[in-house]
Write a protein that binds this ligand. Structure first.
Ligand SMILES: [Ca+2]
Ligand SMILES: [Ca+2]
Length: 224
């Protein structure tokens, strides 16, 4: 994490270090390990991105230490999600990504999202997913599209399994919602757990290479 320091010489060093490690690769989620951030609710986020940004908002869930044979993947706490009625139980976090507009607006930015998932075990077939929703403004009605990847979990509470998704970010995107969800019926009344979530924005590798090749071709043309 890049912190603010008051001594300018030290600050310059820190900024250089942050630059070297790639600020664009930083995890944009707040409290990605479910260790410290008080929970809000999914409905709060859905109705007010701005007021409830950077907070986890479950439909039906809590923060818990080790339980049911499941130990947090990182730290001492994890997110526990239970049947919320309907098809799925979801947890969201809304993120303002307008500071990335210069990159996103080119259509060559990629979002990488992932989360670790686990269940109490003893049964198979628990299904979960990680998804990212893209918005052109700070409200749910401005949704452009969404992408996600599903995962069928194993029956072993000692293994955390990773769900991940990568996609090109629509060029008009200024807000995103990170979503982790469990299919209610697949939980068979048990809890589904989540820990160590991540959302990063990076220049699309292929696009960067193409731009590089374009620049090279232009340089060759100039030499002729
Ligand atoms: Ca944790
Ligand atoms: Ca497992």
């Amino acid at each position: 994490m890049c912190i603010n320091l008051h001594r300018s010489a030290v600050l310059a060093t820190v900024l250089a270090a942050c630059s070297a490690t790639g600020v664009a690769h930083a995890n944009l989620l707040t409290d990605p390990g479910f260790e410290s951030n008080p929970l809000t609710t999914l409905s709060n986020i859905a109705t007010n991105f701005v007021a409830f940004q950077n907070q986890w908002g479950p439909e039906m869930g809590t923060i818990t230490p080790a339980t049911g044979g499941v130990t947090p993947a990182g730290g001492v706490l994890m997110h526990s999600m239970t049947n919320a009625g309907g098809v799925a139980t979801q947890t969201w976090q809304a993120i303002n990504v307008s500071s990335f507009s210069a990159l996103i607006s080119t259509g060559t930015a990629t979002v990488n999202a992932s989360v670790l998932l686990n269940t109490v075990g003893g049964y198979t077939g628990a299904s979960a997913s990680v998804a990212v929703y893209f918005f052109s403004a700070s409200n749910f009605g401005s949704q452009i599209t969404n992408v996600g990847t599903g995962l069928l979990l194993d029956a072993n509470p000692q293994t955390w399994e990773v769900a991940s998704v990568s996609a090109t970010i629509p060029s008009a995107t200024t807000w995103m919602i990170f979503q982790v969800a469990y299919n209610n019926a697949s939980l068979s009344g048990n809890a589904g757990f989540a820990d160590d979530a991540s959302l990063t924005i990076v220049p699309t590798p292929g696009a960067a290479a193409l731009l590089g090749l374009g620049g090279l071709a232009a340089a060759r043309r100039r030499r002729r």
